[in-house]
Write a protein that binds this ligand. Structure first.
Ligand SMILES: [Zn+2]
Length: 432
């Protein structure tokens, strides 16, 4: 089901909406947000210079640092009393980034998420269990309102108490699960431990996964535990731009459709800031054109992807962004080599002898970075030769993929830490 007619507009109709909304947004932030006005004045740019979508590239970028520098409300375009809701990012370093929603923003957010839920196969008949942490994090409430809006029944179970989550699924007839990919696997593991087979005893048919990367290997793993007929899609967003609802995969599974009447995406060379031609890989930059509270202009997401504009078999015309292969924030530099944890994950998931959980530990001996990957055996074994064989095979495979030596430490089943929210799989002990 396609939720709204905007999703099937022609390219020229989409662009007409985009330019009108862009002009209006730029004029508004120039007038209402001194921070933007100062940045534009510094390069002699006035709102009237933005005449076509090609002029978007004239506008200065906004970064997470700009949000921190103007903490808490410096980038807001409305007075605080116009806000219905405030969210903030967890902010592991420094101040959190703060976002706010007006009544219209809430409507737009709900609409954006309803579309994405439908892309993933949700209907009003679904019973949706939301296993994201409710709170300042935008994930849970974003999905909550979007799914409620399409008429689904919501179980706001949040995270934690996995056995009880399984009980709700069984007794309330959950058909749709919202979780991170890693918590989705954790729930299947707990179900198995208490004698519940997710494939036979539970009725989950749709998994809307977000907040972490969903690699192809991880998607396979979800199917292995939950069943081949479960519709597993990934969706993308970030609180700075909206929360969930920026883009989502349709059931064709060939990239995530961006809600282009709300956002204009660009791909830039992250070194030079130049806009790259269609189809090239680079950093995703997003401009909000339908937000009132905090409409970010050319926000640098630090996520690396590419955009496709050819029509999708699902009937939607909104462009698609390729599923992320890694967030640049997650990228590790080991002995001068760029390493994405998703590359290591892909190797681990390729071994049937290993479970999907792992931990990457980075240390420094002298001037040399050392990378250790703790993996978990899928089933218990005392056979040293078996463990040694797996260790050598995984280590050789990772060396082929990354080009560096990695110490592999196989652990017994169920020894590594499990996560209910975003998994923390990296321990970087170099600075300690
Ligand atoms: Zn599609």
């Amino acid at each position: 089901m396609i939720w709204s007619k905007e999703e099937t507009l022609s390219r020229s109709e989409i662009e007409e909406i985009q330019i009108a909304r862009l002009k209006e947004t730029v004029a508004r932030v120039y007038e209402k947000v001194p921070y933007y006005r100062a940045k534009m004045d510094a390069i002699g740019l006035k709102p009237e210079h933005i005449r076509s979508l090609k002029d978007l590239k004239l506008l200065p970028f906004v970064t997470k640092q700009d949000m921190r520098d103007t903490y808490p409300f410096g980038l807001f375009a409305v007075p605080k009393d116009k806000l219905l809701r405030i969210h903030a990012s967890s902010g592991t370093t420094g101040k959190p980034t703060v976002v706010g929603y007006t009544a219209n923003d809430m409507k737009m957010w709900t609409e954006a998420v309803s579309r994405i839920a439908c892309m993933g196969g949700a209907t009003e008949k679904d019973v949706a269990q939301i296993c994201f942490g409710y709170g300042m994090f935008t994930g849970a409430l974003g999905l909550h309102y979007g799914l409620e809006n399409i008429g689904a029944t919501i179980i706001p179970s949040s995270t934690g108490n996995s056995e009880r989550q399984i009980m709700y699924m069984k007794d309330f007839g959950t058909t749709l699960l919202v979780a991170t990919p890693s918590y989705c696997l954790r729930l299947a593991e707990v179900a198995n431990q208490i004698g519940v087979d997710p494939k036979k005893d539970l009725g989950v048919k749709i998994a809307l996964l977000g907040s972490e990367l969903l690699t192809d290997a991880m998607r396979e793993e979800v199917h292995k535990f939950w069943g081949d007929d479960v519709k597993v899609t990934s969706n993308y967003g970030m609180s700075e731009l909206l929360g969930p609802g920026v883009s989502g995969e349709c059931l064709e599974l060939n990239g995530m459709h961006i809600n282009e009447d709300f956002f204009i995406p660009e791909i830039i060379d992250s070194e030079t800031g130049e806009v790259l031609p269609e189809g090239e890989k680079g950093e995703l930059v997003v401009t909000c054109i339908k937000k009132e509270g905090i409409p970010l202009i050319r926000y640098r997401t630090k996520d690396v992807t590419r955009l496709f504009y050819e029509p999708c078999k699902c009937g939607r015309t909104f462009c698609r962004m390729e599923n992320l292969s890694g967030r640049s924030d997650d990228m590790l530099k080991i002995r001068g080599v760029n390493v994405f944890p998703s590359q290591i994950e892909e190797v681990i998931l390729g071994f049937s002898e290993l479970g999907p959980h792992y931990e990457i530990v980075i240390t420094r001996e002298g001037f040399l970075d050392k990378l250790e990957v703790r993996v978990e055996l899928a089933s218990p074994t005392d056979c040293f030769a078996d463990i040694e064989r797996i260790r050598k095979q995984v280590s050789a495979k990772i060396r082929t993929v990354l080009g560096i030596d990695v110490k592999i430490t196989p652990e017994s089943p169920n020894t590594l830490q499990r996560f209910e929210g975003k998994a923390k799989r990296i321990r970087d002990l170099r600075g300690i």
